[in-house]
Design a protein around this ligand. Sequence first.
Ligand SMILES: Nc1ncnc2c1ncn2[C@@H]1O[C@H](COP(=O)(O)OP(=O)(O)OP(=O)(O)O)[C@@H](O)[C@H]1O
Length: 301
Amino acid sequence: MSLQISNISKSFKDLKALKHISLEVKENELYGLIGPDGAGKTTLFRILASLLLPDEGQANVAGYNVITDYKQLRKNIGYMPGKFSLYQDLTVEENLNFFATIFNSSIEENYDLIKDIYVQIEPFKKRKAGDLSGGMKQKLALSCALIHKPKVLFLDEPTTGVDPVSRNEFWDMLKKLQKKGITIFVSTPYMDEAALCDRIAFINKGEILQVDTPSAIVKNFAKQVLNIQTPSIYKALRVLGSYQHTHSIYPFGESLHYMDSRKDFDLNEVLNHLKNEEIKDVEGELISPEIEDVFMELSRN
Ligand SMILES: Nc1ncnc2c1ncn2[C@@H]1O[C@H](COP(=O)(O)OP(=O)(O)OP(=O)(O)O)[C@@H](O)[C@H]1O
């Protein structure tokens, strides 16, 4: 195992940020921690990177205990925090050199590992980090987290606020790093990114809700999802919010996703109910659930 987390809890005064978290990440796995803002993702990353002490529990990363072996641990992990962590007044090259130096390494020594990523920002190596675009900052931060050839890479919301094209490129880079033998533990609030991981853990309000492969998570989901389209989306949301058979209803992109409280239901009955409430141009079809539907259902409790 690359990561073993057992019964970790952490509170900030009265707020329980993490409640009895236990997880295992296999060697060379690309593992996603998926949850909304405030779920506890950053708190868990900081504990795993030995920057914050848990109130209770144990964690081992690459065989090192996060409390007792923190010096060794820090040499063997790369950590890319959610907030941009580089020196804004240093150039791209100076930032990379700085991180290499604190690990007694050099850009040349591990160039192979960062090459694919660094070549994309190398033309701007004399530019100050503070003047880079979001996508470029992210590539520089990733290069800096990799410069000492870590066994385990922690990436806390690496794609938040980054445009969709750069997000895709970033995930391609992660897949390549995984092929080079690195274990990757990555958090994201974007449900579409969950599907790109080998396994995911859903986290909400400091608790792990489910752990599995993305495909098993949707396959094992028991409820049927009705995708409803109408120009009167808010009115439809209100009407179904008080419909007697509604189990759940929420906006999903430009449609609504509806789940019925009965085991079996006729979708026309639901659509007719909307039409009877004077909602015109309603269309609906049963669809395969998406990862976000499962998360919405698990988060209800
Ligand atoms: N140092 C701190 N002092 C007090 N409360 C904190 C501290 N750090 C985190 N929290 C609280 O703990 C909870 C979990 O925060 P955390 O940053 O771990 O969540 P997150 O899933 O990373 O979300 P985000 O994307 O918003 O950072 C939040 O309610 C947050 O306000």
